[in-house]
Design a protein around this ligand. Structure first.
Ligand code: NOJ
Length: 576
C-alpha cells in the first residue's frame, strides 16, 4: 500500500532525485538552543520557523531536529513523556505542521528524532507500571526483574548507566517503598528502558512512526539505535576500565559507561543482532509512503563492518559514522576510517555519512585544537575545524552539520556548575557530563546579552560575551568568515562540483597531507594539510583553486612550473 500524505513534499517541488538522502547535507537543530520566539530563554519551534530562510540560504538539504516532544527535560527531551504531543515550552502540533510546510516550501526536508530505547518515567506507561505489580501488562513494557540477594536488595545484574552509577533502580510499591524488583535504565533513572521483547512495544512504535509520517515528516534519526535489544538472560558484563565514551571528554576521573568503544564491543546491551528485526519492521512502514520516508540510526558500534549491517537494503537508509568523528586530527586514523567506511557501505549499497559535531560531543573547534600550556589553542582549533569541515564536505555520501559550527563556535568549557543540566553531571557528582558546553544557544546578532537568540536576553545556559563577534550578522557577507566558507562550500558541493555520491581515489601526497580525487564530481581534488607548515602541492594537481579554508597561493616552482602552496592546517578544493 502506498500512502499519499497531504503535508508531504512532492518530489518535483524539491528538485532532488528520489534518493535525496544519499548525498544530503543535514543541519542538526537542538531546538532549545536555536532561536527563541517568546523570550523565555528556551528556543522553540516558532523560533526555528523564523530562521528557515537562514537555513535555506546556508544551502542545507534537510533539518534534523532533536526531540521536542512533551518531556520533563531531565535529559534535554531524550526523556519522552508523550510521543504524540509537543512540549508546550517548545510549541504545539500546529507549529510543527507549519514547520513542515514552510521547510518543504523552501526545498528542505524535516527529520525528527525518535527515542525508542527508553521513555520518560513520566510517560503514562511507566506511571501505570508504578501502580501495577509483577506479572502485569504494565510491567512487561519495561525491563523489570527481581533483584539478587536474599532480600533482592542487589540489582539483577552489574550493568552500569551510560550516565554513571548503577543501570538499575528499584521499583517502588504503591506507598513508594522499594520493592525487590528493579527496572533497567541504561541512561538516567528517569529514562526506564522499554522491553522490546513485548509485541505491544513494537506495535506502539510503528503507530508513532505513522502518526508523524502522516503529518509529512520526511524521516527519523533513531536515538540509541544499537541499544534496543538486550542479550537474553541479561548476563553480567565484564566492564572494561574505560575512558569516557563521549569524544572530547577524556581524562575524567570517573569515566561513564561509554555509549560505545571497541572495549565494549561485546556489551550485552549494545549492537545485539535482534535490533535488525526491528528496523526491518520500521523500513516496511517507511516504504508504505510516497515518497518513502527515511531513517538515520545513532549507532555506536565497534567497527565500520558492524555499522554497515544497519544499512542493509531492508533496514535503515543511513547511520551516523562515529569512527570518523573519533579519528581526531590524525591523517592515518582519518584515512583508515574513510576507507573502511566506504568499503563496508559499498557491500550493502548504502551511502556513508560523516559528522564532526553534535549535541553530545565537544564542538570540533575545541576538540581538534592543539593543547598549549594546558589550554586548547582555539585560534588553531578554528583553522583545523574549518579545514576538517571542508575536507569532509568533499567526501562521498551524506553529511551532518551541528548548529553553530558554521559560525566557528567553540565549546563553552567554563559554564558555572549551577548552570549545568546534563544528567551525567549530576550522577557523577560533577566530575563528568559536560555536554552542556556544546548546547549553549547560538548567537544571531547584536551585542545584547543573548545576541538575538531572543529579545529578552534570557538564555537557559549563559552565552559567552565573546560570541558577539561570532554571530550570523557579524559573519554574513564578510569575506573569509566561517559562515561564508560554509555557504560557498555547500553551494559548490551541490551546484558546481556535484560532489556527493561517486568514487574517491587517494592521491600520493606530501608528508602530513591527505588528498583525494573525486573523478565523477567534475574531477575535484580535495587536499588537507594536517601539518602546521605550508606545503607545496604537486604540479600535476593544477592551480585552479575552487575554494579553501585559508591561504592558497600560486607560485612558480624551481622548474618554472606554476604550483599551489597552501598554508598549514588548511584544506583546499582544486579543479583537477
Ligand atoms: C543519545 C542522545 O544523543 C543523547 O543526547 C541522549 O542523552 C542519549 N541518547 C539518551 O537518550
Amino acid at each position: 500500500m502506498t500512502r499519499a500524505t497531504p503535508g508531504a513534499a512532492p518530489e518535483s517541488a524539491l528538485q532532488r532525485p528520489r534518493d535525496w538522502w544519499r548525498d544530503a547535507v543535514v543541519y542538526q537543530v537542538y531546538p532549545r538552543s536555536f532561536a527563541d520566539s517568546d523570550g523565555d530563554g528556551m528556543g522553540d519551534i516558532p523560533g526555528l520557523i523564523g530562521r528557515l530562510d537562514y537555513l535555506a540560504d546556508l544551502g542545507v538539504d534537510a533539518v534534523w531536529i532533536s526531540p521536542f516532544y512533551s518531556s520533563p527535560l531531565h535529559d534535554g527531551g531524550y526523556d519522552v513523556a508523550d510521543y504524540r504531543s509537543i512540549d508546550s515550552r517548545l510549541g504545539s502540533l500546529t507549529d510543527v505542521d507549519d514547520l513542515i510546510a514552510q521547510a518543504h516550501a523552501r526545498g528542505m526536508r524535516v527529520i525528527m528524532d525518535i527515542v525508542p530505547n527508553h521513555s520518560s518515567s513520566e510517560h503514562p506507561w511507566f506511571q501505570e507500571a508504578l501502580t501495577a505489580g509483577p506479572g502485569s501488562a504494565a510491567w512487561d513494557r519495561y525491563v523489570i526483574r527481581e533483584g539478587r540477594g536474599e532480600d533482592h536488595e542487589e540489582p539483577p545484574n552489574n550493568w552500569r548507566s551510560v550516565f554513571h552509577g548503577r543501570g538499575w533502580s528499584r521499583m517502588p510499591d504503591a506507598e513508594g517503598n522499594p520493592t525487590g524488583y528493579w527496572y533497567l535504565h541504561l541512561f538516567d533513572t528517569t529514562q526506564p528502558d522499554l522491553n522490546w521483547e513485548n509485541p505491544e512495544v513494537h506495535e506502539e512504535f510503528r503507530d508513532i512512526l505513522r502518526f508523524w509520517f502522516d503529518r509529512g515528516i520526511d524521516g527519523f534519526r533513531i536515538d540509541v539505535a544499537h541499544g534496543l535489544v538486550k542479550e537474553a538472560g541479561l548476563p553480567d558484563f565484564d566492564h572494561p576500565e574505560a575512558g569516557s565514551g563521549l569524544p572530547g571528554f577524556d581524562g575524567d576521573e570517573q569515566a561513564p559507561e561509554p555509549m560505545f568503544d571497541s572495549d565494549h564491543a561485546h556489551a550485552p546491551y549494545w549492537d545485539q543482532d535482534g535490533v535488525h528485526d526491528i528496523y526491518r519492521e520500521w523500513r516496511a512502514v517507511a516504504d508504505e509512503y510516497d515518497p518513502p520516508r527515511v531513517f538515520c540510526g545513532e549507532t555506536w558500534v565497534p567497527n565500520p563492518e558492524r555499522l554497515a549491517r544497519y544499512q542493509r537494503p531492508d533496514e535503515l537508509h543511513t547511520s551516523f559514522n562515529f569512527s570518523y568523528l573519533e579519528a581526531g586530527w590524525d591523517a592515518e586514523a582519518m584515512r583508515s576510517s574513510i576507507d573502511a567506511t566506504i568499503a563496508n557501505h559499498a557491500t550493502v549499497g548504502a551511502p556513508p555519512t560523516w559528522v564532526l559535531s553534535n549535541h553530545d560531543v565537544v564542538r570540533h573547534r575545541t576538540r581538534l585544537a592543539p593543547i598549549t600550556d594546558g589550554a586548547a589553542d582555539l585560534e588553531r582549533g578554528l583553522s583545523r575545524a574549518r579545514a576538517a569541515t571542508l575536507f569532509t564536505l568533499g567526501l562521498p555520501g551524506s553529511l551532518y552539520l551541528y548548529q553553530g559550527e558554521e559560525l566557528g563556535l567553540h565549546e563553552v568549557s567554563d559554564l558555572p556548575d549551577e548552570a549545568r543540566q546534563d544528567p551525567a553531571w549530576h550522577r557523577s557528582g560533577g566530575t563528568d557530563g559536560r555536554r552542556d558546553g556544546c548546547r549553549v544557544p547560538i548567537p544571531w546578532s547584536g551585542a545584547a546579552p543573548s545576541f538575538g537568540f531572543n529579545d529578552t536576553g534570557a538564555s537557559w545556559l549563559p552565552m559567552p560575551a565573546t560570541w558577539a563577534g561570532l554571530s550570523v550578522a557579524e559573519e554574513s557577507g564578510v569575506d573569509g568568515s566561517t559562515l561564508e566558507m560554509y555557504r560557498a562550500a555547500l553551494r559548490i558541493r551541490r551546484e558546481e562540483a556535484a560532489l556527493g555520491e561517486g568514487p574517491l581515489e587517494w592521491l600520493n601526497a606530501p608528508e602530513g597531507v591527505l588528498a583525494y580525487r573525486r573523478p565523477a564530481a567534475e574531477d575535484v581534488i580535495v587536499v588537507l594539510n594536517l601539518g602546521d607548515a605550508p606545503v607545496r602541492l604537486p604540479a600535476a594537481w593544477g592551480t585552479d583553486v575552487l575554494m579553501g579554508s585559508g591561504d592558497a597561493i600560486a607560485v612558480l616552482d624551481d622548474d618554472g612550473e606554476e604550483i599551489v602552496v597552501i598554508g598549514g592546517e588548511i584544506s583546499v578544493w582544486l579543479r583537477g
